[in-house]
Design a protein around this ligand. Structure first.
Ligand code: HEC
Ligand code: HEC
Length: 352
């Protein structure tokens, strides 16, 4: 039954992996979806004042350290005119990046509203800086053609990504791919092994800490959260990164899976592992090779979500079969270990 549900192209995928429970934290939820659950559509960008918030607070101009720009909350929330604290940190933003596709009229959103002007992205969307242009365009086409959907029917921004891709011309896709593709990927997420994590709440599919004290068992999850919620959430400062709490021992376990595929030697004989070493395709430093995307140092929530989506057959683009033998036998615990290691590969951010 489970095998049949996966559709074609899955060969001898074991039922256990097919029945692997959704890693809810990677999707920004704490409870499993109920039958019939759907994503709540995201409202179009708006500069209207919010009636439930103090008008003075919404229009007061803010600053961030190191920038001469000033923006209010109204400016920061205007997804059709993306704010730019540090224009010197990236090439000039083309129309599609700052304002979105004109074909969408008032509903247009700049790519940078979610992925940030630097392409660093956030755990609930994706890091797009430094992706190979051919890979980038293939993903846009997959979103457009319904070949890339989310395993969690409630996740609202994947359908939005699909809607934006459907509205784009080939030239706009190319412009966006060239813009983000020209950027180098640099560290963005600090990885910390720990048994205990801060208590969190989830807002917009993102984990936000309720206090800095680590008091809650990590319970096999990865908790990825802004280093500074005010800078990330309120001000959308693209220089303020993320921290990922991962279970103790996961980095080492992940290293073994990533570098050898989980191979072992039993009584002098090599026993192949449950997966395939990643460097062959993603490059020896996992920074990408030809049209295979880089994965080193990227958001672990994103990485786990993609591995799970690939395993569940939710990413069905032309190159996705290459990933099927990789993910077929992986468990939730393996996903966590692999992501902990892969994200940790980038050098740590400077101490604050
Ligand atoms: C509403 C937020 C939002 C906006 C605006 C947005 N994206 Fe995305 N994008 C996402 C999400 C969410 C994902 C990851 C989907 C998932 O995890 O299921 C994504 C993924 C991607 C990916 C795949 C990255 C990878 O590594 O495979 C590309 C490429 C991309 N977006 C390009 C764009 C471009 C170009 C634009 C502007 C036209 C854009 N996005 C605007 C939310 C957004
Ligand atoms: C046989 C080649 C191959 C191997 C081995 C391989 N990958 Fe991939 N991987 C790919 C290709 C090709 C894609 C892009 C798929 C697409 O275009 O949809 C990909 C995509 C991914 C993605 C999604 C990236 C994104 O930006 O959305 C992740 C995560 C990933 N691989 C992780 C891994 C890990 C971890 C390993 C090792 C355990 C691994 N891969 C081994 C070929 C490979």
């Amino acid at each position: 039954m489970l095998l049949a549900a996966l559709g074609s192209g899955w060969g001898d995928t074991p039922a256990r992996a097919a029945g692997e429970p959704e890693p809810l934290w990677a999707y920004g939820f704490s409870t499993p979806p109920a039958p019939g659950d759907k994503a709540v559509p995201q409202s179009p960008p708006s500069r209207a004042l919010r009636p439930n918030e103090d008008p003075v607070e919404q229009t007061r101009l803010r600053r961030v350290a190191g920038s001469s720009a000033m923006y209010s909350r109204v400016d920061i929330r205007d997804l059709g005119n993306v704010i730019d604290w540090f224009p010197g940190d990236h090439p000039p933003m083309p129309q599609i990046i700052a304002h979105g596709s004109p074909s969408l009229g008032n509903a247009a959103r700049g790519c940078a509203s979610c992925h940030l002007p630097t392409g660093k992205g956030r755990p609930e969307n994706a890091s797009v800086a430094g992706l190979p242009v051919a890979y980038f365009i293939r993903q846009m086409e997959d979103f457009r053609d319904g070949l890339r959907v989310s395993s969690d029917p409630r996740k609202p921004n994947t359908p939005m990504m699909m809607l934006l891709a459907k509205a784009m011309t080939a030239a706009e896709m190319r412009t966006a791919a060239d813009y983000f593709g020209a950027m180098k990927w640099t560290p963005w997420t600090r990885v910390v092994e720990t048994d205990l994590v801060p208590k969190t709440r989830i807002e917009g599919n993102l984990f936000l800490t309720l206090s800095s004290a680590r008091t809650e068992p990590i319970a096999g999850r990865i908790i990825e959260t802004p280093e500074d919620p005010e800078q990330s959430e309120v001000l959308r400062n693209p220089r303020s990164g993320f921290v990922a709490y991962v279970p103790v021992g996961s980095i080492k376990r992940g290293e073994h899976l990533v570098t050898t595929g989980g191979m072992s030697v039993v009584e002098g004989k090599i026993v192949p592992g449950k997966t395939v070493a990643c460097g062959t395709c993603h490059g020896p430093d996992l920074m990408g090779l030809a049209d295979v995307p880089g994965i080193a140092g990227r958001s672990p929530s994103y990485l786990v979500r993609q591995m799970y989506d690939l395993q569940q057959g939710k990413r069905r683009g032309a190159s996705s079969p290459l990933m099927q033998p990789v993910v077929a036998n992986l468990t939730g615990e393996d996903f966590v270990a692999i992501a902990a290691y892969v994200t940790s590969l980038a050098p740590s951010l400077p101490a604050k």
